[in-house]
Design a protein around this ligand. Structure first.
Ligand SMILES: Nc1nc2c(ncn2[C@@H]2O[C@H](COP(=O)(O)OP(=O)(O)OP(=O)(O)O)[C@@H](O)[C@H]2O)c(=O)[nH]1
Ligand SMILES: [Mg+2]
Length: 322
């Protein structure tokens, strides 16, 4: 029983050991050297979990919605995992506790596993290691993984590249469909959920969004009509319908071959990321290239060379060393 040992964790996770899962996630999140072995050894067990991204502006009710969605998925016989990516305060460097508290009801449910992580170090609303954490959770045997990220403006893009279905949560106060179009939300959404539909303006926003959508018939090959759903997460209203819509989207992806295509481009992103990191490591850790870099940066400061030419010279030195 050694929860610090990668091989032990790898063995325990597929057996349903939650402590092993939590420990492995921490190692992945901290980019501990042991995480690599865990990720590699568990990878063959991934691919089963259907991944749903929930994104939208701060305070839209995403966590509240995730909570009730998780319960609905569970009531349909699914093992559900949640990843909540919190924006990191630059001052504390840690995940906000808010989500853990707000999601209390889901947490109290022992069959729903929830993990918060800080978005520090990542781009957009996604933490750098979110996909790896999702993969490790996948290998544990979840049927559904729900990933919550805060999106502001264009920052939701990342999540759309990491999940199967992206639900964009808006609120009546969010402004019209034109705003959503401007913010690029229509491109990344598979489903719109107008939450806080107990407030004025939800129906208006819905029809504005639908008008905006009707002006863009070619979205996503035109074969998926972007649904706009109303929810009141606080009371669980509209949640069954939202889950039904997620399943419809899943069927659409599978029937059209997009499911496989999307997963393949997600795998491509992973490979590219690893290659980029590996190339970086090889270049920056090489002592003779480091001295080339030192002289070039010195020349830059003296105005003898511009950074673009310096980069080209650097790459030539790297090539010459191979
Ligand atoms: N009136 C109303 N309030 C809601 C509804 N859903 C959530 N809220 C409230 O909205 C506030 C924010 O909810 P959260 O679920 O924390 O929102 P969030 O989008 O996860 O927030 P961040 O993660 O901080 O961006 C809370 O006070 C909720 O109780 C709803 O359907 N109607
Ligand atoms: Mg939240």
């Amino acid at each position: 029983m050694n929860y610090n040992d990668a091989a032990f964790l790898t063995e325990r996770i597929p057996l349903g050991d939650k402590r092993a899962l939590s420990r492995a996630i921490t190692l992945v999140e901290n980019e501990d050297p042991r995480a690599l072995k865990i990720e590699r050894d568990l990878y063959s067990l991934t691919g089963k979990a259907y991944r749903v991204g929930i994104t939208g502006p701060p305070g839209a009710g995403k966590s509240t919605l995730v909570n009730v969605l998780a319960k609905e998925f569970k009531s349909r016989g699914n093992k559900v995992g949640i990843i909540a990516v919190d924006p990191t305060s630059p001052f504390t460097g840690g995940a906000l506790l808010g989500d853990r508290i707000r999601m209390g009801a889901a947490l109290a449910d022992h069959e729903i596993f929830m993990r918060s992580m800080a978005s520090r170090g990542g781009t957009g609303g996604l933490a750098r290691t979110t996909t790896q954490v999702a993969d490790v959770m996948d290998s544990f045997g979840f049927d559904v993984l729900i990933i919550e990220t805060v999106g502001v403006g264009q920052l939701e893009l990342d999540i759309a590249g990491a999940v199967d279905t992206t639900v964009v949560v808006l609120v009546p106060e969010a402004g019209g469909g034109v705003q959503a179009m401007k913010a690029g939300l229509i491109e990344i959404a598979d489903i719109f959920a107008i939450n806080k539909a107990d407030r004025d303006g939800a129906e208006i926003l819905k029809s504005e969004l639908q008008d905006a959508l009707s002006l863009m018939p070619a979205i996503k090959n035109g074969s998926w009509d972007l649904p706009v759903k109303l929810t009141v997460a606080l009371e669980g209203r509209g949640v069954k319908e939202l889950v039904d819509t997620v399943y419809k989207h899943k069927e659409h992806l599978e029937a059209s071959g997009k499911f496989h295509k999307n997963r393949q481009s997600q795998a491509e992103i992973k490979i590219r990321d690893i290659v980029r990191a590996e190339i970086g490591k090889r270049l920056w850790m090489n002592p003779s290239l480091k001295s080339v870099l030192d002289s070039l940066s010195g020349f830059c400061v003296e105005g003898k060379i511009d950074p673009y030419s310096a980069a080209r010279t650097f790459l030539q030195s790297a090539e010459a060393q191979r």
